[in-house]
Design a protein around this ligand. Sequence first.
Ligand code: 8YV
Length: 298
Amino acid sequence: MKSCVNALKERFTVHDLAGCADPDALLREIGPDIRGIAGGKVSAGLLEKLPKLEIIAVSGVGYDSVDAAAARARNIRLTNTPGVLTDAVAELTIGMMIALSRRIPQGDRFIRDGRWPGGAFGNWSELKNKTLGILGLGRIGREIAEIATALKMHVIYHGRHQQPGAPYPYYDTVLEMARASDWLVVIAPGTAETNKIISREVMQALGPNGMLVNMARGTMVDQDAMIEMLMLKQLGGAALDVFEKEPAVPEALFGLDNVVLSPHQGSRTEETRTAVGDLVVANLTAHFDGKSLISPIF
Ligand code: 8YV
Protein backbone atom coordinates (compact mmCIF):
# COMPACT_ATOMS: atom_id res chain seq x y z
CA MET A 1 0.00 0.00 0.00
CA LYS A 2 1.41 3.35 -1.10
CA SER A 3 0.33 5.22 2.05
CA CYS A 4 2.13 2.60 4.18
CA VAL A 5 5.36 2.84 2.15
CA ASN A 6 5.23 6.65 2.31
CA ALA A 7 4.69 6.63 6.07
CA LEU A 8 7.58 4.17 6.47
CA LYS A 9 9.84 6.38 4.35
CA GLU A 10 9.16 9.35 6.64
CA ARG A 11 10.67 7.48 9.52
CA PHE A 12 12.96 4.75 8.11
CA THR A 13 15.30 4.00 5.23
CA VAL A 14 13.16 1.67 3.12
CA HIS A 15 14.32 -0.95 0.61
CA ASP A 16 11.81 -2.78 -1.61
CA LEU A 17 13.03 -6.37 -1.69
CA ALA A 18 9.87 -7.84 -3.25
CA GLY A 19 9.76 -5.26 -6.04
CA CYS A 20 13.46 -5.10 -6.96
CA ALA A 21 15.01 -6.74 -10.05
CA ASP A 22 17.78 -8.61 -8.24
CA PRO A 23 16.76 -9.43 -4.64
CA ASP A 24 19.92 -11.47 -3.98
CA ALA A 25 22.21 -8.60 -4.96
CA LEU A 26 20.16 -6.15 -2.84
CA LEU A 27 20.29 -8.54 0.11
CA ARG A 28 24.06 -8.91 -0.13
CA GLU A 29 24.37 -5.14 -0.12
CA ILE A 30 21.88 -4.09 2.58
CA GLY A 31 21.06 -7.37 4.42
CA PRO A 32 23.66 -6.83 7.16
CA ASP A 33 22.02 -3.48 8.12
CA ILE A 34 18.32 -4.41 8.01
CA ARG A 35 16.59 -4.06 11.41
CA GLY A 36 12.91 -4.43 10.47
CA ILE A 37 10.67 -6.08 7.86
CA ALA A 38 7.24 -4.81 6.80
CA GLY A 39 5.08 -7.57 5.31
CA GLY A 40 6.26 -10.31 2.98
CA LYS A 41 7.51 -13.85 3.03
CA VAL A 42 10.22 -14.48 5.63
CA SER A 43 11.96 -17.84 5.45
CA ALA A 44 14.69 -19.15 7.77
CA GLY A 45 17.09 -18.65 4.81
CA LEU A 46 16.19 -14.96 4.58
CA LEU A 47 16.57 -14.54 8.33
CA GLU A 48 20.14 -15.87 8.10
CA LYS A 49 20.98 -12.99 5.77
CA LEU A 50 19.66 -10.39 8.23
CA PRO A 51 21.88 -10.59 11.34
CA LYS A 52 20.60 -7.32 12.82
CA LEU A 53 16.88 -8.02 12.31
CA GLU A 54 14.78 -7.04 15.35
CA ILE A 55 11.18 -7.13 14.14
CA ILE A 56 8.89 -8.53 11.43
CA ALA A 57 5.59 -6.64 11.01
CA VAL A 58 3.27 -8.78 8.89
CA SER A 59 0.64 -6.96 6.83
CA GLY A 60 -2.21 -9.35 7.46
CA VAL A 61 -3.63 -11.44 10.25
CA GLY A 62 -2.19 -14.79 9.13
CA TYR A 63 1.57 -15.07 9.62
CA ASP A 64 2.12 -18.47 8.01
CA SER A 65 4.37 -16.72 5.47
CA VAL A 66 6.93 -16.22 8.25
CA ASP A 67 9.14 -18.91 9.77
CA ALA A 68 7.94 -17.92 13.23
CA ALA A 69 9.94 -20.63 15.02
CA ALA A 70 13.20 -19.39 13.48
CA ALA A 71 12.30 -15.78 14.34
CA ARG A 72 11.40 -16.65 17.94
CA ALA A 73 14.64 -18.58 18.37
CA ARG A 74 16.51 -15.36 17.62
CA ASN A 75 14.26 -13.20 19.81
CA ILE A 76 13.00 -11.33 16.77
CA ARG A 77 9.64 -9.69 17.49
CA LEU A 78 6.62 -10.57 15.30
CA THR A 79 3.42 -8.56 14.82
CA ASN A 80 0.29 -9.01 12.69
CA THR A 81 -2.80 -6.87 12.02
CA PRO A 82 -5.81 -8.32 13.85
CA GLY A 83 -9.10 -6.45 14.08
CA VAL A 84 -8.69 -3.98 11.23
CA LEU A 85 -9.60 -6.48 8.49
CA THR A 86 -12.37 -8.38 10.29
CA ASP A 87 -15.33 -6.67 8.62
CA ALA A 88 -13.89 -6.71 5.10
CA VAL A 89 -13.21 -10.46 5.25
CA ALA A 90 -16.60 -11.20 6.84
CA GLU A 91 -18.36 -9.13 4.16
CA LEU A 92 -16.63 -10.99 1.33
CA THR A 93 -17.38 -14.35 2.98
CA ILE A 94 -21.10 -13.64 3.02
CA GLY A 95 -20.82 -12.23 -0.52
CA MET A 96 -19.18 -15.45 -1.72
CA MET A 97 -21.89 -17.53 -0.03
CA ILE A 98 -24.71 -15.63 -1.71
CA ALA A 99 -22.79 -15.67 -5.01
CA LEU A 100 -22.52 -19.46 -4.82
CA SER A 101 -26.01 -20.21 -3.52
CA ARG A 102 -27.62 -18.03 -6.21
CA ARG A 103 -24.93 -18.59 -8.88
CA ILE A 104 -24.46 -14.82 -9.31
CA PRO A 105 -21.27 -14.94 -11.49
CA GLN A 106 -22.81 -17.73 -13.57
CA GLY A 107 -26.00 -15.67 -14.05
CA ASP A 108 -23.92 -12.71 -15.19
CA ARG A 109 -22.14 -14.92 -17.75
CA PHE A 110 -25.49 -16.41 -18.84
CA ILE A 111 -26.71 -12.94 -19.85
CA ARG A 112 -23.41 -11.83 -21.42
CA ASP A 113 -23.28 -15.03 -23.48
CA GLY A 114 -26.77 -14.23 -24.87
CA ARG A 115 -28.25 -17.41 -23.42
CA TRP A 116 -31.28 -15.92 -21.61
CA PRO A 117 -33.61 -15.79 -24.66
CA GLY A 118 -32.97 -19.53 -25.03
CA GLY A 119 -34.59 -20.36 -21.67
CA ALA A 120 -34.67 -19.50 -17.96
CA PHE A 121 -31.47 -19.63 -15.86
CA GLY A 122 -32.81 -22.08 -13.25
CA ASN A 123 -33.76 -22.12 -9.58
CA TRP A 124 -31.04 -22.31 -7.00
CA SER A 125 -30.99 -22.35 -3.23
CA GLU A 126 -31.03 -19.79 -0.43
CA LEU A 127 -29.13 -19.39 2.82
CA LYS A 128 -32.19 -18.96 5.05
CA ASN A 129 -32.76 -21.89 7.44
CA LYS A 130 -29.51 -23.61 6.44
CA THR A 131 -26.96 -24.70 9.01
CA LEU A 132 -23.59 -22.94 8.77
CA GLY A 133 -20.59 -24.68 10.32
CA ILE A 134 -17.75 -22.26 11.05
CA LEU A 135 -14.24 -23.66 11.41
CA GLY A 136 -12.51 -21.04 13.58
CA LEU A 137 -14.68 -18.78 15.75
CA GLY A 138 -12.08 -16.02 16.06
CA ARG A 139 -12.74 -12.35 15.36
CA ILE A 140 -13.66 -12.92 11.71
CA GLY A 141 -15.56 -16.14 12.43
CA ARG A 142 -17.70 -14.39 15.05
CA GLU A 143 -18.50 -11.55 12.65
CA ILE A 144 -19.54 -14.06 9.95
CA ALA A 145 -21.68 -15.85 12.56
CA GLU A 146 -23.50 -12.63 13.43
CA ILE A 147 -24.27 -11.71 9.83
CA ALA A 148 -25.30 -15.29 9.02
CA THR A 149 -27.65 -15.27 12.02
CA ALA A 150 -29.21 -12.05 10.68
CA LEU A 151 -29.70 -13.93 7.38
CA LYS A 152 -31.64 -16.55 9.40
CA MET A 153 -28.97 -19.26 9.18
CA HIS A 154 -28.30 -21.61 12.12
CA VAL A 155 -24.67 -21.26 13.19
CA ILE A 156 -22.58 -24.05 14.72
CA TYR A 157 -18.80 -24.08 15.12
CA HIS A 158 -15.60 -26.00 15.70
CA GLY A 159 -12.24 -24.70 16.84
CA ARG A 160 -9.42 -25.74 19.12
CA HIS A 161 -11.52 -24.82 22.14
CA GLN A 162 -15.14 -24.25 23.02
CA GLN A 163 -15.59 -20.53 23.60
CA PRO A 164 -17.24 -19.53 26.85
CA GLY A 165 -20.27 -17.37 26.13
CA ALA A 166 -20.44 -18.08 22.38
CA PRO A 167 -24.17 -18.50 21.63
CA TYR A 168 -23.66 -21.28 19.06
CA PRO A 169 -23.49 -25.10 19.47
CA TYR A 170 -19.88 -26.36 19.61
CA TYR A 171 -18.70 -29.54 17.87
CA ASP A 172 -15.67 -31.43 19.14
CA THR A 173 -14.44 -32.35 15.67
CA VAL A 174 -14.64 -30.75 12.25
CA LEU A 175 -16.00 -34.07 10.91
CA GLU A 176 -18.99 -34.04 13.27
CA MET A 177 -19.60 -30.41 12.45
CA ALA A 178 -19.46 -31.14 8.69
CA ARG A 179 -22.07 -33.89 9.12
CA ALA A 180 -24.43 -31.35 10.69
CA SER A 181 -23.69 -28.51 8.21
CA ASP A 182 -25.18 -27.38 4.90
CA TRP A 183 -22.41 -24.80 4.59
CA LEU A 184 -18.88 -25.00 5.97
CA VAL A 185 -16.79 -21.83 6.21
CA VAL A 186 -13.03 -22.20 6.81
CA ILE A 187 -11.73 -19.15 8.67
CA ALA A 188 -9.05 -20.53 11.04
CA PRO A 189 -5.28 -19.90 10.92
CA GLY A 190 -3.25 -21.96 8.44
CA THR A 191 -0.82 -23.93 10.59
CA ALA A 192 0.83 -27.36 10.58
CA GLU A 193 -2.12 -28.49 12.74
CA THR A 194 -4.77 -27.32 10.27
CA ASN A 195 -2.97 -28.47 7.12
CA LYS A 196 -5.56 -30.39 5.00
CA ILE A 197 -8.01 -30.32 7.92
CA ILE A 198 -10.76 -30.30 5.29
CA SER A 199 -10.02 -33.85 4.18
CA ARG A 200 -11.90 -36.01 1.71
CA GLU A 201 -13.74 -37.54 4.69
CA VAL A 202 -14.86 -34.10 5.91
CA MET A 203 -16.07 -33.17 2.41
CA GLN A 204 -17.91 -36.50 2.16
CA ALA A 205 -19.62 -35.63 5.45
CA LEU A 206 -20.63 -32.27 3.97
CA GLY A 207 -22.04 -34.22 1.04
CA PRO A 208 -23.54 -33.67 -2.40
CA ASN A 209 -25.68 -30.74 -1.22
CA GLY A 210 -22.95 -29.29 1.01
CA MET A 211 -21.15 -26.05 0.24
CA LEU A 212 -17.52 -25.39 1.17
CA VAL A 213 -16.27 -21.81 1.58
CA ASN A 214 -12.54 -21.28 2.07
CA MET A 215 -11.52 -17.77 3.15
CA ALA A 216 -8.43 -18.79 5.14
CA ARG A 217 -5.61 -20.71 3.43
CA GLY A 218 -5.63 -23.09 0.48
CA THR A 219 -3.38 -25.48 2.37
CA MET A 220 -6.23 -26.26 4.78
CA VAL A 221 -8.23 -28.14 2.13
CA ASP A 222 -7.27 -31.33 0.29
CA GLN A 223 -7.50 -29.46 -3.03
CA ASP A 224 -7.17 -32.52 -5.32
CA ALA A 225 -9.90 -34.38 -3.45
CA MET A 226 -12.09 -31.26 -3.48
CA ILE A 227 -11.78 -30.86 -7.27
CA GLU A 228 -12.55 -34.53 -7.88
CA MET A 229 -15.58 -34.41 -5.57
CA LEU A 230 -16.89 -31.18 -7.15
CA MET A 231 -16.60 -32.77 -10.62
CA LEU A 232 -18.43 -35.90 -9.50
CA LYS A 233 -21.02 -33.81 -7.58
CA GLN A 234 -20.06 -35.61 -4.37
CA LEU A 235 -19.60 -32.11 -2.96
CA GLY A 236 -22.34 -29.60 -3.77
CA GLY A 237 -20.23 -26.52 -4.39
CA ALA A 238 -17.29 -24.40 -3.33
CA ALA A 239 -16.61 -20.69 -2.93
CA LEU A 240 -12.85 -20.19 -2.83
CA ASP A 241 -10.88 -17.05 -2.05
CA VAL A 242 -7.66 -18.99 -1.41
CA PHE A 243 -5.76 -21.80 -3.12
CA GLU A 244 -2.94 -24.21 -2.35
CA LYS A 245 -0.30 -22.53 -4.54
CA GLU A 246 -1.39 -18.96 -5.26
CA PRO A 247 -1.61 -17.43 -7.77
CA ALA A 248 -1.86 -20.81 -9.52
CA VAL A 249 -5.47 -21.98 -9.63
CA PRO A 250 -6.09 -25.48 -11.03
CA GLU A 251 -7.68 -25.17 -14.46
CA ALA A 252 -9.99 -28.05 -13.59
CA LEU A 253 -11.97 -25.53 -11.53
CA PHE A 254 -12.58 -23.15 -14.43
CA GLY A 255 -15.23 -25.24 -16.16
CA LEU A 256 -17.22 -26.10 -13.03
CA ASP A 257 -20.52 -24.27 -12.59
CA ASN A 258 -20.80 -25.20 -8.90
CA VAL A 259 -17.76 -23.09 -8.02
CA VAL A 260 -17.16 -19.38 -7.36
CA LEU A 261 -13.53 -18.20 -7.51
CA SER A 262 -11.93 -15.10 -6.00
CA PRO A 263 -8.24 -14.01 -6.11
CA HIS A 264 -7.41 -13.91 -2.36
CA GLN A 265 -9.07 -10.59 -1.79
CA GLY A 266 -10.74 -10.96 1.62
CA SER A 267 -9.00 -7.89 3.04
CA ARG A 268 -8.42 -6.12 -0.28
CA THR A 269 -10.42 -2.93 0.04
CA GLU A 270 -8.84 0.53 0.00
CA GLU A 271 -10.16 1.24 3.49
CA THR A 272 -8.92 -1.98 5.01
CA ARG A 273 -5.52 -2.10 3.31
CA THR A 274 -4.93 1.48 4.50
CA ALA A 275 -5.81 0.44 8.05
CA VAL A 276 -3.59 -2.65 7.75
CA GLY A 277 -0.70 -0.48 6.51
CA ASP A 278 -1.23 2.01 9.35
CA LEU A 279 -1.01 -0.81 11.89
CA VAL A 280 2.19 -2.17 10.32
CA VAL A 281 3.75 1.30 10.57
CA ALA A 282 2.46 1.77 14.14
CA ASN A 283 4.02 -1.52 15.25
CA LEU A 284 7.39 -0.73 13.66
CA THR A 285 7.38 2.80 15.06
CA ALA A 286 6.46 1.57 18.55
CA HIS A 287 9.30 -0.95 18.45
CA PHE A 288 11.96 1.52 17.36
CA ASP A 289 10.67 4.09 19.89
CA GLY A 290 11.13 1.49 22.62
CA LYS A 291 7.37 1.35 23.33
CA SER A 292 5.05 -1.66 23.69
CA LEU A 293 4.03 -3.32 20.42
CA ILE A 294 0.40 -2.75 19.47
CA SER A 295 -0.43 -6.23 18.16
CA PRO A 296 2.41 -8.62 18.98
CA ILE A 297 2.41 -12.35 18.31
CA PHE A 298 5.58 -12.40 20.41
C1 8YV B 1 -3.30 -10.66 3.28
C2 8YV B 1 -4.59 -12.42 4.59
O1 8YV B 1 -3.61 -10.03 2.08
O2 8YV B 1 -4.59 -11.27 6.64
C3 8YV B 1 -4.40 -12.31 6.06
O3 8YV B 1 -4.07 -13.34 6.67
O4 8YV B 1 -4.76 -13.45 4.07
C4 8YV B 1 -4.61 -11.18 3.77
O5 8YV B 1 -5.24 -10.17 4.49
C5 8YV B 1 -2.26 -11.69 3.00
O6 8YV B 1 -1.83 -12.26 4.20
C6 8YV B 1 -1.07 -11.09 2.28
O7 8YV B 1 -0.44 -10.15 3.07
